[in-house]
Design a protein around this ligand. Sequence first.
Ligand code: ASP
Length: 439
Amino acid sequence: MSLKIVKFGGSSLADAEHFRKVYEIVKAEPERRYVIPSAPGKRFDGDTKVTDMLYSCYGLASEGEPFDEEFAAIEKRFTDIIDDLGLDLDLSREFAKIRSAFENAAGRDYAASRGEYLNGIILANYLGYDFVDAAKCVRFNENGTFNLDFTIEKTAEHLSHHQTGVIPGFYGKMPNDTIKTFSRGGSDITGSLVARAVNADLYENWTDVNGFLVADPRIVHNPEGIEEITYKELRELSYMGATVLHEDAIFPVSQVGIPINIRNTNDPSQAGTMIVRDASGNKAAHHVTGIAGKKGFSIINVEKSLMNGEVGFIRRLLEVIESLEISIEHIPSGIDTVSIVVEQSAVLGREQEIIDAVTKGVNASHVTIDHDVAVIAVVGRGMIRAAGTAARVFKAVAAENINLRMIDQGSSEISIIIGVAQNSFEDTMKSIYNEFFRK
Ligand code: ASP
């Protein structure tokens, strides 16, 4: 029988009504044997996620302030679910333990992790699955990165004793036995690690959207969904701001080629987005898989005659930028010019210092800095085969009278990256979308 890991995000477990949907989904397929829950998320606009409630409650406790009211509100989020579902489960001893740990400075990560921990106990009880504490399975290194080998070995060993199980997301243990969490949204990573440990056939990641969309729906009206995307394409899009899945969740499963399926808990009839190593080939009908972008960049333009004949020029230039402690996003170059795209926040107010350092460091003839640039990535594995994709991007943008400030095609040929003035960002996104998807 094939084996599926199912991870549910906070919005999928925000209240009893969502727990019921989760129950139906898990029970619909016997292959769904291991479940990774997040902490209860927002139930309505303006609501607070349990993780955020835990952070602020622990903040009060660690400053010696009273936190009864805040703690009671957290307890209520969980007891409401238990009562609504009519479960025979009493968490009062758990709450007492957590409260005293708050008083004894157990740490911010410990505090935040209790959202997933308690939700895991409730979900295991409701599903009739075993509860397996992630602290026994997920390990971090001394430096805070996760210990992949140890985690895989421990998780595989523990789960071999459980036919079915609920393993809370988001946290694990440090070598000194304290609890540590991943960064926000990190339950996605736990799901990926568990999928890898048990060599699952599929990692299903259930959330509150139908999967990835070709473009941000706040910019492009009603964009198409992405049926299939490769790990590499997703990496490019996530870097450019497409969120749905935690970036670090891709690598544990991508190494061994376990596909990830993004699904919607509120609409399980939708197939969602499949994230795969090798695309099936026939689905890249548009050549472009997705379009994503971000505002807030600056470009440092460096000009020097006969630059291309000067051995070591780029290295010296990068050394100057490094010495200024500025991290580089892209480096498109021409014959006698190089543009360095950086985050605006890293250079704002330091313009003269940067211009002087670069001018002196590489003997540049002219250095300027342009602010308020938006960078857009047009991503698609189909671009390698299809001639003319870049031309179509440029034509679409030119038709809107938008000036391209930068063009960069990654050597992988799965993305074309362009820079435009920030106030043209939305129009640029729309024009590219229309060119490839509305014809
Ligand atoms: N509950 C954590 C957060 O809100 C982790 C997660 O949901 O994945 O970030």
